[in-house]
Design a protein around this ligand. Structure first.
Ligand code: BTN
Length: 332
């Protein structure tokens, strides 16, 4: 469901009143809300009903009005929207308690004309998709699954560099929560130590010479416990909470991630890929390592980093420099 501005405003008014002190507090009259928002009292009532369906515990009392009965906040579009500091990423915002895949929903919205920055978030995905036809395990109540519609004025051949741009934004955000830098693995993995904590699935619709839209699908393991995941994820994956010991507030992390994405996307469009490339290489953990990159044929050699178009550069034993544009990189 699309997050409504009026509901973000009602929650802001209720929080201002209820969170004075440490617990549930004062009421806000229906009249104050209706005047503040310029809507009728019955519209206020309908929004309050809708807010309850989105997980808020709102009490209503005759002659007093409404108040938030509990201070624990649900994870929903309103909590993300009220923390947004962006100009266009996350505007508008669609939130679903459960969906097949946020990428599929974002693609539908983009096909129907959604503007650049439109974002979809789900609490859980029943058919979350990863790269190379893999699935992305997406349990409820713990992680972030989001997809963002972009409409870059770029040729389709450059779409892959947007994955690297998004990886820098994710890495910077993860670093803020973790207190140290995660590691990027080409092309789209964000690792803590040797275990994956986030991945990016970029999907595109294009004409021969221009991109119609790109969907940046981002999954970040924030609070999941790897012991609850199926094999081999219980060994290969981790979450920020698992590595830092602190639970991550999902709405806060999401709003921060959208700010970083907007910053790096603007930097990419204004100044080109080079700044993104340098930042990406700063997080890249495999320079100088012996790697194999799958493909026909597979490429083996010393990993040199990425070039000015985002391809992985590998120097083979024969001394040849190979550019690899797609594949899975493994460390020998
Ligand atoms: C990968 O590392 O293979 C990419 C994983 C991408 C997962 C995210 S979760 C949100 C979005 N919706 C999907 O179905 N996939 C991406």
């Amino acid at each position: 469901m699309e997050t409504r501005d009026a509901e973000v405003d009602i929650i802001r008014l209720l929080k201002e009143s209820s969170f004075q002190g440490n617990g549930p507090g004062g009421y806000v009259s229906g009249q104050k809300i209706s005047q503040g928002l310029g809507i009728s009292r019955s519209a206020v009532w309908k929004h309050v009903e809708n807010l309850r369906r989105q997980g808020y515990s709102i009490e209503a009392a005759t002659h007093k009005g409404y108040r938030l009965a509990r201070t624990d906040l649900p994870f929903n579009g309103i909590e993300v929207a009220s923390r947004l500091c962006t100009g266009f990423i996350g505007r508008p915002l669609y939130f679903y308690p459960s969906i097949d895949s946020t990428n599929s929903r974002a693609r539908e919205l983009a096909g129907a004309g959604a503007t650049e920055g439109t974002a979809v978030i789900a609490d859980s995905q029943s058919a979350g998709r990863g790269r190379l036809g893999r699935s992305w395990v997406s349990p409820a109540g713990s992680n972030l699954y989001t997809s963002i519609v972009l409409r870059p004025p770029l040729p389709p051949s450059e779409a892959q560099t947007l994955t690297l741009m998004a990886a820098v934004a994710v890495a910077e955000t993860v670093a803020e929560w973790l207190g140290y830098d995660p590691i990027l693995k080409w092309p789209n993995d964000i690792l803590i130590g040797s275990r994956k904590t986030a991945g990016i699935l970029t999907e595109m619709s294009s004409e021969t010479d221009r991109i119609n839209h790109v969907i940046l699908g981002i999954g970040v393991n924030l609070n999941s416990r790897s012991s609850t995941l199926p094999e081999p994820l219980n060994r290969d994956a981790t979450s920020i909470m698992e590595m830092s010991g602190n639970e991550v507030e999902r709405h806060h992390f999401t709003a921060a991630l959208y700010s970083k994405l907007e910053k790096w996307y603007k930097c990419y469009l204004d100044d080109g890929f080079d700044g993104v490339r340098r930042a990406w290489q700063g997080y890249f953990g495999y320079k100088g390592r012996q790697v194999t990159v799958s493909g026909h044929p597979a490429v083996e050699g010393t990993c040199m980093g990425i070039d000015e178009r985002g391809a992985l550069v590998v120097r083979t034993k024969a001394g040849k420099t190979e550019r690899v544009v797609a594949g899975v990189m493994t460390v020998q």
